[in-house]
Design a protein around this ligand. Structure first.
Ligand SMILES: *[C@@H]1O[C@H](CO)[C@@H](O)[C@H](O)[C@H]1NC(C)=O
Length: 411
């Protein structure tokens, strides 16, 4: 596979009008207005998955104007598109790769990455400065997931370069498309990383997703199944002459819900969401067919096969109840994803959602962190406090410095 790359722009000197941050915790950081303005631009541009072109173009322009070298990496047209996916304008989709300038193509050891697509629908940007406790709250789609991380990561790298705390050549930024659907952006980057010239020799990758400012020690795995129950139609007055597909399905799904599908001390129980259930044609007809779509959050490993292990248990539960009635189609997904949470000064936690972490192959250390809460992330009220966004910049700075020191054997 040949990567199509385009040198977006040569580097420009880092903006020089930034000031040294004050040490007082009450003083706003010197980068506040730059951070707010970057975050605002990102959130204002709609970038629901498959329509990330405009936000990608914005990022390239923004980064190259501020001393980064940026490249774009075009993705092939998406496969496996679900029926309800809106392919929008069908403009080219691309990942944005960036290096703090001035050199083009250094061989960085630490990757700082997040995603630029969002879930639908787009929700306009708004800002409220009159919260009861004096907080500024910024709302809009992606304000948390994950444009809060994107803005905080760019600011963190810019600040570390400006403060001369890192060698610019050691760090690389990557903003991918498609995380909210299939992870095709990160998978494409991963598949073609060896074609970068020279290829990065990644020792650590820092993934930005909302963790409420906690350092994630890992997250649950995932799988999905479509379960179809087949019955035999007939008059509802004579149920023994037919076989009810809905009844079979309901009993089967309840058995799956009640089954022990695997648990671990670190990640808790594997959980099942019965997202869709449908079947039958009329209340007085024994239903011939019923379908359930379930998604599981996997609490066991290994990463490669933990999802398949749980899928096998689901199959066994259903087949054990009725050998012939069920047709089960599954995406095996993956098991628990372990992340490093060894950076001092953070609260730690595990997450119950999926990320791009497992889509990047390699034996690099993996960190997962970001400002804002997952509990508002896909909702109508998605919003982030300015102070949390700023805390995110400081958090990313700490993790980047830790990863670099770790890699250099300085810890
Ligand atoms: C996990 O499942 C077990 C048994 O089904 C239950 O007793 C326990 O409370 C669950 N744990 C959590 C953290 O939900």
């Amino acid at each position: 596979m040949k990567v199509v790359r385009l040198l977006a722009s040569a580097s420009i000197a880092l903006a020089s009008n930034l000031q040294i941050p004050l040490d007082s915790s009450s003083a706003p950081p010197s980068y506040r207005s730059e951070l707010v303005s970057l975050h605002k631009s990102l959130v204002e541009i709609s970038s629901v998955t498959y329509t990330e072109n405009a936000v990608g173009n914005f990022l390239v322009k923004y980064l190259t104007e501020r001393g980064f070298v940026a490249e774009i990496e075009f993705l092939p047209p998406p496969d496996h598109v679900a029926l309800d996916d809106d392919l929008g304008d069908r403009k080219p989709r691309f990942n944005v790769l960036a290096w703090p300038g001035p050199k083009h193509h250094p061989a960085p050891t630490v990757l700082v990455t997040s995603h630029i697509d969002t879930v639908p629908p787009h929700i306009p940007y708004s800002r409220s400065d009159d919260e009861p406790n004096g907080d500024t709250v910024i709302a809009g789609r992606g304000s948390v997931d994950a444009k809060g991380s994107v803005a905080a990561q760019i600011m963190a790298v810019s600040e570390l370069v400006r403060e001369k705390k890192i060698n610019p050549e050691d760090v690389m930024l990557l903003f991918v498309v498609g995380e909210e659907r299939t992870g095709d952006g990160m998978r494409y980057f991963s598949d073609t990383i060896s074609e970068l010239d020279p290829p990065p020799n990644l020792k650590a990758a820092i993934f930005g997703e909302p963790t409420e400012g906690k350092l994630a020690c890992g997250h649950k795995g995932y799988f999905g199944c479509t379960i179809t129950a087949h019955g035999k139609a007939g008059h509802s007055g004579y149920p023994w002459l037919g076989k009810s597909a809905t009844e079979t399905l309901i009993r089967g799904v309840v058995k799956v819900l009640d089954a022990d599908l695997g648990s671990s001390e670190k990640f808790g129980n594997t959980t099942i969401n019965v997202g869709i259930i449908e079947g039958g044609v009329a209340s007085n007809v024994i239903p011939e067919k019923a379908v359930a779509r379930i998604a599981g959050r996997v609490a066991i490993g290994p990463e490669e096969s933990g999802g398949a292990i749980v899928v096998e248990r689901v199959r066994r539960v259903l087949k054990g109840m009725d050998e012939d009635a069920f047709e089960i189609e599954c995406v095996n997904g993956y098991g628990v994803v372990e992340c490093a949470c060894d950076v001092p000064g953070f609260d730690t936690a595990t997450m119950n959602y999926g990320t791009d972490v497992h889509n990047l192959a390699g034996d690099h250390k993996r960190y997962l962190y970001g400002p804002g809460s997952i509990f508002v992330a896909h909702g109508a009220d998605e919003a982030i406090k300015l102070k949390d966004l700023e805390q995110g910049v400081e958090g990313f700075k700490k993790i980047i410095l830790h990863a670099l020191a770790d890699e250099a054997g300085e810890l």
